[in-house]
Design a protein around this ligand. Sequence first.
Ligand code: KG4
Ligand code: ZN
Length: 333
Amino acid sequence: MSVKILAIETSCDETAVAVVENGRDVLINEVLSQIDIHKEFGGVVPEVASRYHMEGIIPLIEKALKGASLTLDDIDAVAVTNGPGLIGALLVGVSVAKALAFALGKPLIAVNHLSGHIYANFLENEINFPSVTLIVSGGHTDLIYMENHLEFQVLGQTRDDAAGEAFDKIARSLKLGYPGGPIVDKMANSGEDNLGFPRVYLEKGSLDFSFSGLKSAVINYLHNQKQKGLQVKIEDVCASFQQAVVEVLVDKTIECAKQKNVKHVMMAGGVSANSSLRSLMKERTIKNNLNLYYPPLKYCTDNAAMIGAVAYYQFIAQDFAPLDLNAFSTMTL
Ligand code: KG4
Ligand code: ZN
């Protein structure tokens, strides 16, 4: 049996549509990014994001179907992210998905954005369970344990800022632009980790994260240098900050894999595109005899192919949503 799912993702500042067959074959993956619009404001403006989703979503669905040489009749189900995210942005995707499912008489599948990030890994890899996933995005830093498809256990999470949020805030203090992660990553390449920023591990054995102390340390350093009239080497600030984040992320992921005695480790979310995180995680997983998976760059940041991937397993489990489905800004796995 072949299952083609039309997937819609509008949880933040990317309007995204994909058609995914059997959870693996991405027939089309369209992303309409609003980054250039929000850049001017130094971050995502929720109402502006909703309005652009509203304008973009139907033409993008038309474009996606055309690009895959499909019509709506070829679709077996409609999947949509219904949380977590910006509520106004989510409501646009959810309303469109409900209308399509109703008009076509096809099942509606409600997808948690975070499960989508995890399942981006399944698009190009055969992954066995049990596994541990490090989700690192603009809104989340979580360690998730899975024994089976769609069974998620949250073992660790951030107590304050998410990793991506910390990257974006540091970039903003350095006036580097938005989104900060990719820019800090690039600048860090020509800098050195020589500023001694703190690595915060919390209580012994804890799998939770905290990045607000590190963020304050960087901001205090910039402030002090300015007061003393001393030059700041931006590349070194980026490298020192990035290394402090990456070491904690990698150490805690390895600790989590050890605690749960798993062999399979995945990374997901926008920050998993970070070059230093990828290389240190590779090094440490090899050293500890673990298998590491991470999605290709285009599936790390927000996209709808990942929503189509997880929706396939929900389709098989007949996990369908009613037509009075709502959207939620916060949602756990
Ligand atoms: O997963 P994502 O696209 O959206 C959310 O669900 O939040 O993640 C966006 C986040 C932003 O904070 C962005 O700065 C960060 O991912 N990011 C990176 C890199 N590429 C994107 N952070 C560090 N290094 C990167 N190369
Ligand atoms: Zn995301």
